[in-house]
Design a binder for this molecule. Structure first.
Ligand SMILES: [Zn+2]
Length: 236
């Protein structure tokens, strides 16, 4: 079995100062075997860390589409930002990559627990505020993606994790987990434990039996990303 954090940012994202050289040591400390590096609209950091060979890396990108964010995994080339979700998904697939919807119901610390939607007769119905916040939650788009991030350690409330799990189940999508680490110490706070894999196909097969675990990060961690944005250092 191998333990992977599927959502990690580095200093190649505009809101993180995590240096590539520190990541392997933090993974050892957190007993994490590998990371998906999912920088915002950038894969350079992921490619470099993979080349360094200090820790297992899945090259990913958190891509800003015209309607919200999607994560592409197992990429080799940059996916441009600003395209439609369907075009973005097509470009990820063209590379043999996988598509995930990160934090589908948001991570806002101050949103109401009751605003996420309801579950009735085994069906999950996102509320209107949720649907207006994330226009990726359409049948058309959800019908084309592989995974939904049901555990994002930066989410404010655990009730959001439960609602995300319903969303994944109702759309027959594989649930996944990631810390969304923008600081070093967050790495490993949400992970998947899966059988060994060698590529996107074997990864997907392993994900069907994944064990997800996570602990929420403090709400105040969001200030760290804002701080990183302001004091952004180019030196990685
Ligand atoms: Zn992220």
């Amino acid at each position: 079995m191998t333990k992977i954090d599927l959502h990690v940012h580095t200093c190649y994202s505009s809101d993180s100062n995590t240096s590539l050289t520190a990541i392997a040591e933090q993974c050892r400390r957190a007993s994490v075997d590998g990371v998906a590096i999912t920088d915002h609209n950038c894969i350079e950091g992921a490619l470099r860390l993979r080349e360094m060979g200090t820790v297992r890396v899945i090259v990913g990108e958190e891509i800003r589409t015209a309607c919200g964010e999607l994560i592409g995994l197992f990429l080799e080339r940059l996916i441009p930002k600003g395209l439609s979700p369907m075009e973005t998904i097509r470009l990820v697939r063209e590379q043999g990559g996988l598509v995930c919807v990160p934090h589908p119901l948001g991570r806002r610390p101050f949103s109401s627990r009751n605003s996420l939607g309801t579950v009735a007769d085994g069906h999950y119905f996102p509320s209107k505020p949720v649907l207006s916040r994330n226009s990726l939650l359409t049948d058309e788009i959800l019908g084309q993606v592989d995974m939904v991030e049901v555990m994002n350690a930066r989410t404010a409330f655990e009730s959001t994790w439960i609602a995300c799990r319903h969303l994944a189940d109702m759309n027959e999508l594989i649930p996944c987990a990631g810390s969304d680490a923008h600081t070093l110490r967050e790495i490993g706070r949400a992970t998947v434990e899966i059988a060994e894999f060698s590529d996107a196909q074997t990864f997907m097969a392993a994900m069907r039996k994944a064990r997800l675990s996570g602990v929420k990060s403090s709400m105040f961690i969001h200030f760290a990303s804002a701080y990183a944005k302001v004091l952004r250092s180019k030196a990685c």
